[in-house]
Design a protein around this ligand. Structure first.
Ligand code: SF4
Length: 303
């Protein structure tokens, strides 16, 4: 039994840049989801940046569905809209509080929740009113609307968006979103205006701020360098940049260039470029991160 409220924006949904207008009370939108929140896992996750995972682990809640739908999605078993369990506002709030109080999570890490923003915002407000103290982290693909993100103002402490591409050719080919870069730039501006400069506690955990992630794709290190250049020019030292090499070919990506991991040379060329243009606030990944075991089990643990 769920207690999800009839949020008006689900009735004719324009919450994300797809603006598909679906009546999610009766059918699913392009994100694959109706008006009920579904989540597939709520558990400690050790694989985020050190200031997010910490010693105890980040309390990651993985939501089902996605409005972006990249062809190389690492969470494809849930991003298309299958799996998970439905949760109402109070049930989701309970999940957050259990992660804090029973699992001792460093934070609540909301993974791909954009298409459920109104419900998640209500659940965060409810949990905070009942004693949620750890930071809330918004972990997203960056393809979001400022007006939707404003629902999270004062509720989310740390933004952890991707900036996946500059090239509209690549974003159309791999994410069916030729407008990805323009849209994501506006989203990142809104996130930064809410989160501000990074703040850390005495244990080195980020309590406010923004980390912009970029996953280097095989054969596209040139676009990666354009991404890093943009973030640096736009935000300077105001954000951290996380350059990721964990691209894992899963299933059968429809493009041959995506069927292999990123080489060390490709990754190093992006990291070296970041250093050359003065990026000092950032995270890089060491070798050994390419493995399907890196992808968590979406078995409804903690839901
Ligand atoms: S969140 Fe889903 S239903 Fe709403 S506009 Fe985006 S794709 Fe459509």
């Amino acid at each position: 039994m769920t207690d999800h409220a009839p949020f008006a924006s689900y009735k004719s949904c324009n919450l994300c840049p797809r603006r598909c207008g679906a009546d999610r009370t009766v059918s699913r939108g392009a994100c694959g989801m109706g008006d009920a929140v579904f989540a597939a896992r709520a558990a400690l996750h050790m694989w985020e940046e050190p200031c997010i995972s910490g010693e105890r682990g980040s309390g990651a809640v993985f939501f089902v569905g996605c409005s972006l739908g990249c062809v190389f999605c690492q969470n494809r078993s849930i991003s298309g809209g299958s799996g998970g369990k439905p949760l109402g506002v109070r049930e989701l709030s309970d999940v957050f509080l259990r992660l804090q109080d029973e699992s001792h999570a460093e934070n609540i890490n909301l993974v791909t929740a954009s298409h459920f923003t109104p419900t998640v915002a209500c659940a965060l407000a409810d949990a905070k009113s009942r004693g949620l103290r750890v930071p809330a982290v918004w972990n997203s693909g960056g393809y979001e609307l400022p007006e939707t993100l404003r629902m999270l103002d004062g509720l989310v402490d740390v933004y952890l968006p991707d900036l996946k591409y500059v090239s509209s050719e690549l974003s159309e080919k791999y994410s069916h979103a030729p407008d990805y870069f323009e849209v994501a730039c506006r989203a990142l501006d809104e996130m930064f205006s809410q989160a501000g400069e990074p703040v850390f506690d005495g244990r080195g955990m980020m309590t406010r701020g923004m980390i912009v992630r970029h996953l280097v794709l095989p054969t596209h290190a040139d676009d990666s360098r354009r991404v890093i250049r943009y973030i640096r020019d736009r935000f300077g030292d105001g954000v951290y940049i996380s350059i990721m090499n964990q691209y894992t070919p899963t299933g059968s990506p429809p493009y041959p260039e995506l069927c292999r991991p990123v080489t060390e040379e490709e990754y190093d060329s992006v990291v070296d470029f970041a250093a050359d243009i003065g990026v000092t606030r950032g995270f890089i990944q060491e070798g050994g991160t390419v493995a399907e075991s890196f992808i968590p089990a979406f078995d409804c643990e903690g839901i």
